[in-house]
Design a protein around this ligand. Structure first.
Ligand code: ADP
Length: 475
């Protein structure tokens, strides 16, 4: 753990094991912190806050650009650790490191643009001044699926805003977090500004985060169930909260879209990170006229995808994170097939040869999916593409919005009016229009409904770490 600028062991001296999901082998043991360690880290952040929040934006930006530079020079090491610990193919891991580093640079620049305002008043002898100031100590909880970018997407804007932070990374991927904190240490970020507590059991740490009076703000990325629970706990203490939770993204292929182009996009975005992404398409709504061509192209591409260790050449399907993830996928696929879906390719756990010790599932395409199937409404978080046929665009929009989630949605159409209609009508925070990667450090990312609260990235991403103050000034 990294607390107050020093690497330390937990008060209990306990450790927990970290495993490689591609072969089940133990790769490390890591400090198993408790609420006692979380409290020490929060105290350190609280002590560092007065001077960090008073430093200039230019000073804070220098630390962030230092971290950005070191991070890029370590790209390969970070990517290798990610592949060992999380399983994604090395090339995808490198892409994630680049995306993660982008946040450090973008917010180093944005720190200098936390502008106030002077507003006119109805009274001639009055002016209003508006000022944005750091909220205070931030407690962050991050997931295992994007184990580095989810850290910088929170830490970069928090630090740029003048906040100090305590991070608890996911228990499956603490090594990525440790490597990032070595970078923060080398970037000379002052003691107590960034703190890391690793733990096997997140619950007591979450309780400490949401109840400790020094913590002003919680930022969480993970499941909707845990997010709602943390929001309830934080609400009792009126702490600010940002939540980036689950999704159930529709991917709509309209009658005027090129079905082959759309299927190529679908094959890339659906199977990225083996489907373990909150913005992964979870329902493909395909117009009748494009249906057969879409399925043909998609299934031909999917059948050729190679599963295996992320270190092997040509592998695009890494392992799922654990057996529970495999069981969830299996349950959804079995349920769909029992209810009449057509299994076009895949549909089983892969256990042959070197795959036997990992958690691999064959990339899968299911056609003729209907609303009574679990996969129509449950998030999958695995490599399954369920395809639903539709005739009418308004029905497709209604089906797309027929979910408790509201994170990402994708639309393929060559009709500009229809694209705009979909953009405006979809109740989702991030929309890809003929685009499978609608994300960037510069663009707001976040969801509606059960997908969360607040935005990360872009200007809104730093506002999450700022309070707005107004002064009325009589002149
Ligand atoms: P997933 O099912 O994808 O692992 P989780 O929401 O369980 O999603 O995990 C995301 C993050 O939330 C991880 O860092 C995990 O340790 C943390 N987490 C899980 N349960 C709790 C909890 N009760 N309090 C605080 N953090 C939690």
């Amino acid at each position: 753990m990294y607390i107050n600028g020093a690497w330390c062991t937990p008060k209990s001296n306990a450790t927990f094991d970290v495993f490689n999901p591609a072969n089940g082998k133990k790769i490390a043991n890591v400090a198993d912190g408790t609420e006692i360690d979380a409290r020490l880290a929060i105290d350190a952040a609280g002590s560092a806050f007065p001077s960090w929040s008073k430093s200039t934006a230019y000073q804070r930006a220098t630390f962030l650009t230092n971290a950005h530079r070191i991070m890029l020079s370590r790209k390969d090491v970070l990517a290798e650790i990610m592949t060992i610990e999380q399983g994604k193919p090395l090339k995808a891991a490198r892409n994630e490191v680049q995306y993660a580093a982008d946040f450090l640079l973008w917010y180093a620049e944005e720190a200098k643009r936390i502008n106030g305002e002077i507003l006119p008043s109805t009274r001639p002898d009055q002016r209003f001044m508006v000022l944005h100031q750091a909220v205070g100590v931030v407690a962050a909880v991050t997931p295992w699926n994007y184990p580095i970018s989810m850290i910088t997407r929170k830490i970069a804007p928090a630090l740029a805003a003048g906040c100090c932070i305590v991070l608890k990374p996911a228990e499956a991927t603490p090594l990525c977090a440790i490597e990032m904190f070595k970078i923060f240490e080398e970037a000379n970020i002052p003691n107590g500004v960034v703190n890391l507590v690793t733990a096997r059991d997140p619950k007591p740490i979450g309780e400490e985060f949401t109840t400790n009076p020094t913590v002003a703000k919680i930022t969480f990325t993970g499941s909707t169930a845990v997010g709602k629970m943390l929001a309830c706990q934080a609400g009792a203490h009126m702490k600010r909260i940002s939540l980036e939770l689950g999704g159930h993204a529709p991917f709509i292929v309209c009658e005027d879209a090129d079905p082959v182009h759309a299927a190529k996009g679908a094959s890339l975005v659906k199977f990225l990170n083996t489907g373990q992404a909150c913005i992964s398409p979870n329902r493909f709504l395909v117009h009748t006229s494009a249906y057969d061509a879409f399925i043909d192209t998609l299934s031909t591409r999917v059948a050729k995808m190679k599963a295996g260790s992320g270190f092997e050449d040509g592998v695009s399907i890494g392992p799922l994170i654990n057996q529970a993830a495999i069981d969830k996928v299996n349950r959804q696929v079995t349920d769909a097939v029992e209810k009449g879906a057509k299994l076009i390719t895949g549909g089983m756990q892969l256990t042959e040869g070197r795959l036997a010790d990992g958690h691999f599932y064959a990339p899968t395409v299911l056609a003729d999916v209907t609303p009574d199937m679990l996969i129509y409404s449950e998030e999958t978080f695995g490599p399954v593409a369920p395809i639903i046929k539709y005739d009418d665009n308004d029905d497709a929009l209604a089906m797309a919005n027929d979910t408790t989630y509201g994170l990402a949605a994708y639309v393929y159409t060559q009709n500009l009016g229809r694209a705009m209609h979909m953009f405006e009508g979809l109740r989702f925070g991030i929309i890809g229009i003929n685009d499978i990667n609608p994300t960037s450090a510069a663009a707001p990312f976040g969801g509606m409904k059960d997908s969360g609260l607040g935005r990360e990235g872009g200007k809104p991403g730093i506002m999450e770490y700022l309070e707005t103050k107004t002064a009325g000034l009589s002149i």
